[in-house]
Design a protein. Structure first.
Length: 338
């Protein structure tokens, strides 16, 4: 997630240089064909070009709305994970105590059970985070996207799940989790089994077990929503059609402008180049914006900052446990928060 008010010039340059070259290419083809080759027939009437532009604007606007909805829904899902995680920590501390524990239980044992639940939840967050970071076939794999990911990998500590979970799970439990396909799902199932064990031992009443299980069910729901966005792309017919329509419109645009600028005087026809550049750039940038907003977990600068969100939850939960060695909040790198 980019955190400054506006993109800086370098980002605008990397976004725009291909768009600018394309508009200059189409503009020069139109001018050279019309002026120097004498192919007057290449001048397209402006009315059909403007109709195409209107249709493209509506279509790209629709696609961008859908892309933004996916991105904003992803952020709301992870906001819900923050709230539910805090509820799990608070409920665990409130429901598991000596008042309901067996007579032989000690405060140290109660604290250990709470810590196990909360630390296992942190392992769940790590598992879900790394699942969201896995690349899919429809996410951007162009050279510039790969370079962007590699650039930030050299500057940010993207630890593996095993490295992170080693601090939350016992070696035996970590080895067990690593045998599972969907680690996040199996960790939540382990949490449910742990609650059942606490109920059998007398640490939880029926009501408190159900209340904690309800929170786990909410986490299952949020996980499923996050996986739905990750594993279900924006329908490719919309993405493909939008790109084709932009390509057609920006190619025809300078040919439709020839007569318009020539009508103001033959010497002014070269004004076609800058005006074609601006109009083409605007339409192409709209397409680019929607294209790079539809996948909020693909490891680029417009992603939902799940690493930062997970760190915030970790700080809150460890603070609930009374730990003093709390990790630092994730800071933006190059004005980007992951």
């Amino acid at each position: 997630m980019y955190v400054k008010h506006y993109f800086n010039f370098r980002i605008i340059y990397f976004i725009s240089w291909r768009l600018v070259l394309w508009s200059l290419f189409t503009g020069l083809i139109a001018l050279l064909s019309y002026e120097y080759l004498g192919w007057k027939w290449v001048a397209v009437p402006w009315l059909p070009v403007s109709l195409i532009g209107t249709a493209v604007a509506f279509y790209v606007g629709f696609k961008n709305n859908q892309s933004y909805d996916r991105s904003w829904e992803a952020r709301k899902i992870w906001g819900g994970i923050v709230n539910t995680s805090r509820s799990l920590g608070a409920a665990s501390r409130a429901f598991i105590n000596l008042d309901e524990a067996p007579e032989e239980a000690t405060q140290e044992e109660v604290t250990a059970e709470i810590r196990t639940l909360i630390y296992r939840h942190l392992a769940w967050l790590s598992a879900l985070k790394h699942a969201m970071w896995q690349r899919t076939a429809w996410e951007h794999q162009q050279i510039d996207s790969v370079r962007q990911r590699n650039y930030f990998k050299r500057r940010i500590d993207f630890s593996t799940f095993e490295e992170e979970a080693a601090g939350y799970l016992s070696p035996e439990e970590l080895a067990w989790v690593n045998t599972k396909k969907n680690k996040a799902t199996q960790i939540l199932d382990r949490q449910s089994q742990h609650l059942a064990m606490l109920k059998q031992r007398g640490f939880l009443t029926d009501f408190r077990q159900v209340a904690l299980q309800t929170i786990l069910n909410e986490l299952y729901t949020e996980q499923g929503r996050s996986e739905r966005i990750k594993n279900s792309p924006l329908p490719r017919q919309y993405a493909t059609s939008s790109a084709i329509f932009i390509l057609i419109f920006t190619f025809l645009l300078p040919f439709g402008m020839l007569k318009e600028f020539e009508g103001n005087g033959p010497e002014l026809i070269w004004l076609l180049l800058p005006f074609n550049l601006v109009v083409s750039w605007v339409f192409s940038l709209m397409e680019y914006t929607g294209d790079y907003s539809e996948n909020p977990f693909e490891g680029l600068i417009n992603d939902v900052p799940i690493q930062s969100i997970v760190r915030t939850i970790e700080i809150d939960l460890k603070d609930m446990l009374g730990e003093s060695a709390l990790p630092e909040r994730i800071q933006p790198v190059e004005n980007v928060l992951f």
